[in-house]
Write a protein that binds this ligand. Sequence first.
Ligand SMILES: [Zn+2]
Length: 347
Amino acid sequence: MKYTARIGTFFGIPVRAHVTFPLILIVFGAGAWIDGSWQDGLRAVLLVLTIFACVVLHEFGHSLQVQRYGITVRDIVLLPIGGMARAESIPEKPRQEIIVAISGPLVNFALASIFLMMLFFKDAPVDLENDFVANLFAINIVLGTFNLIPAYPMDGGRILRGILASRMPYLRATRYARNIGQIIAILFAIVAFLDSRFVMLSVIAIFVFFGAISEERMIRTKFALRGKTVGDFLPESVPLLDSATLVEDAAPHFKDDRVIALPVAGGAGKIAGVVSRTDIAAAMRDGNGRLPLSHIARTGFPLMAAETPALQGLHLLRSRRQRFGGVIRDGVFVGLVSVDALTASAG
Ligand SMILES: [Zn+2]
């Protein structure tokens, strides 16, 4: 993720804070200062920092379980609305997914028990509303319980998907979980609208609603690409353009909307580069229709072997922000594979 700074690395997992993270410290700190004294402001900042320490521990609850199943955790990112552990993948075995998902909230309940004990052994009577430890107890109960709401992709939603997936195909279970998650997201938005104290719920509603869509789509793509290679997604016949062809003469090859790029031949059957639909359109617009393709052909596109697993190919294109890549078989360029072609099969 862009715009993050590393705070530290624990158990081999880097913890990063997003650039927007200090905003929440400023909002709560300044709010308490204005309403009371600077000591109140400092106390609020300390409380928020401690809450986020609990959030980090929650994410480590998930992460250490994921690592136990042999999956790499890239990092944990802190955002103003909470934390996010980013793993290479999510275990598909229902039992494993349930254990991973429940481990986060369990950390909060464990922390709440510790804070409850601390309250118990305090000598002086406790002012529940203003006591630091009492606040932390309550917040951990809320964090643990809230995350168990079955709003996929929140923890409770993942548990729900795991339970459903042990009774029906994984994709159908995910679809049900997505639908339930979206209904709950709409309820969150309604509550936020009716009661301004719950304004944060509107942010979470958006996160859940669109998160559910994108996660379900990602899983559909993953299943559709399973067992396939990038070679399976090559267009049937691709015209090889000559590098001396003029831009305006190459333009008709792009009449079909599905053609997003074509290879340009160099000497002795070697590929010299690729021209994309947008390159041709830009050249025509700038009045460069009479230039040869060698002038606009690009060479800096990713290349991959035809045997590359299709999902890996898709990840490569997305991570390099490219819409297409070249495919090589036995050292020979055989065509271009596009993000559109790879994702179309998921429906
Ligand atoms: Zn969680």
